[in-house]
Design a protein around this ligand. Structure first.
Ligand code: SAH
Length: 462
């Protein structure tokens, strides 16, 4: 019997007093479990057979669920997902962070649990991934498995498999025109015999497509192809322009490398401005094809609002926004601060941050490119001013230990820690607990139906 949710998609059961972490199950399920790891105090396993399904289970709404790894929790009602996320934050804070029951505000759920993403990336592939169940059905019905495996498809890479793509007909994470566009481009390319990319052989032409929708109505599409081919390019661009007039800007990136990353490449503008503008509260943000922006716009607005309220600004504070990306948080809180200082590793993001500050006529924010562990030294704080509030929003790995040390030395009266990984956040809070106490925390659900949790913590100097 599965008793509770544990973490990272695994649930928890007990066998003779030993804790067993089980994947692909939910609390309330009764299952026969095959162990693949068996230690003294704990074990890990997967369900061979689920004997009784939990009464909490609901039917996943997407036909690709299970094969496509994008969503993991469609079998749980949204309220239960929120409940387990809240519990997860509480667990790691108390267990890893050793925090004395902080004031834990209820998780902020999403109003829209479908079509909430502003950015999606699809792959075109000469090899289709066929799930085990479909494979069996095909064997029984005598279908041509070889032909199906070699079908040119558009969708997502199968989980853990780098060269085969799960064909997606409808994804519920991003609103139209994304689904129709992806399907239409794939059909057009198949009809015109444009070769789809083969990741293993490094052959083929059509590679990826990124779609970004802004709440302002602007839509950006970046098509990634393997090499320049004017005739094919023109045909495809004309088709997209004619069939999808709502797309405000189309870009094309030529990627002849083996990997899919476009960060070292230059997207070329086919038509339109080459970027879109997003709006959070009254602030405008320019988003270029390569720049980072929180992928759930409406939840990002709530997340930044919480960070701002936890910073308790009066207009007199010097605020540091560390790991600032394109300056989104710094800009958002700037009207309530005396001065904002942003630090970020990626130079392009800092260029965007400066442009975004100018776009919003913000004059009290300064942005620096650099590694927080190197740039944030004594002279940096001396030149820019002793911090009243430090806002940190690190990647999943959390704060660098060196930065934690520095923060303990600098002793800002308040730290607002925005985290996309509560486990590393709890570890860092534990390090900071030498001088800081956690006053309150509030999780925010940025990604319904997935396991991701965002959490904001307010730390005050003891
Ligand atoms: N606060 C931003 C971005 C947060 S994502 C927003 O909400 O949009 C985390 C950012 O930390 C990324 O932009 C990443 O490039 C940056 N980063 C990672 N390691 C860093 C380091 N050592 N020093 C400075 N920035 C770093």
């Amino acid at each position: 019997m599965i008793e509770n949710y544990a973490a990272e998609g695994k649930s928890l059961a007990r066998l003779d007093g030993k804790v067993v972490f089980v994947e692909n199950t939910v609390p309330g399920d009764v299952a026969d479990v095959q162990l693949y790891k068996n230690k003294k105090d704990w074990a890990e396993g997967f369900p061979l057979e689920i004997k009784k399904f939990s009464s909490d289970r609901i039917k996943p709404f997407c036909k690709h669920f299970g094969v496509c790894g994008g969503c993991q929790w469609q079998m749980l009602p949204y309220e239960k997902q929120l409940m387990y996320k809240q519990q997860q934050v509480f667990d790691v804070l108390t267990r890893i962070g050793k925090v004395d029951l902080p004031v834990m505000l209820p998780i902020v759920g999403a109003d829209a649990t479908k079509f909430y993403r502003n950015k999606m990336e699809y792959a075109f592939s000469a090899k289709q991934f066929i799930a085990e169940d479909d494979f069996r059905k095909m064997v029984h019905s005598g279908d041509d498995i070889q032909a199906a495996a070699q079908k040119n498809v558009a969708g997502f890479y199968a989980k853990g498999i780098f060269d085969k793509v799960v064909e997606i007909e409808q994804c519920h994470l991003q609103a139209e025109p994304t689904n129709s566009l992806r399907n239409a481009v794939a059909t057009f390319a198949r009809n015109h015999h444009f070769p789809f990319y083969d990741f293993k052989q490094h052959t083929g032409w059509l590679r990826n497509m990124m779609v970004r929708l802004a709440t302002t109505g602007e839509i950006m599409v970046n098509l990634v192809i393997a090499k320049r081919d004017e005739e094919k390019m023109q045909m495809l661009f004309d088709f997209i322009r004619k069939e999808f007039p709502s797309i405000t800007t189309l870009l094309c990136t030529i990627n002849g490398k083996r990997n899919d990353s476009i960060y070292d490449l230059d997207p070329e503008v086919v038509y339109g401005k080459g970027y879109i503008t997003e709006q959070l509260e009254g602030f405008s943000y320019k988003i270029s094809p390569k720049s980072f922006f929180q992928t759930n716009t409406r939840q990002a607005e709530k997340l930044y609002g919480i960070a701002r309220s936890f910073a308790e600004l009066t207009g007199r504070e010097i605020v540091y926004d560390l790991y600032c990306g394109t300056g989104s948080i710094g800009i958002f809180i700037s009207p309530l601060a005396k001065k904002v200082i942003g630090v970020e590793l990626i130079d392009d993001a800092i260029t965007d941050a400066k442009e975004n500050a100018a776009l919003n006529k913000i004059e009290n924010a300064t942005f620096y490119t650099g590694d927080v562990t190197k740039i944030c030294d004594d002279s940096f704080f001396e030149i820019n001013g002793k911090p009243d509030v430090v806002i940190v929003d690190p990647p999943r790995a959390g704060l660098h230990a060196k930065l934690c040390e520095k923060l303990l030395q600098v002793q800002a009266p308040a730290i607002v820690y925005v985290s996309c990984n509560p486990a590393t956040q709890a570890r860092d809070i534990n390090l900071l607990s030498e001088k800081y106490i956690v006053e309150k925390v509030q999780p925010v659900d940025m990604f319904p139906h997935t396991l991701h949790i965002e959490n904001v913590a307010q730390l005050k100097l003891k």
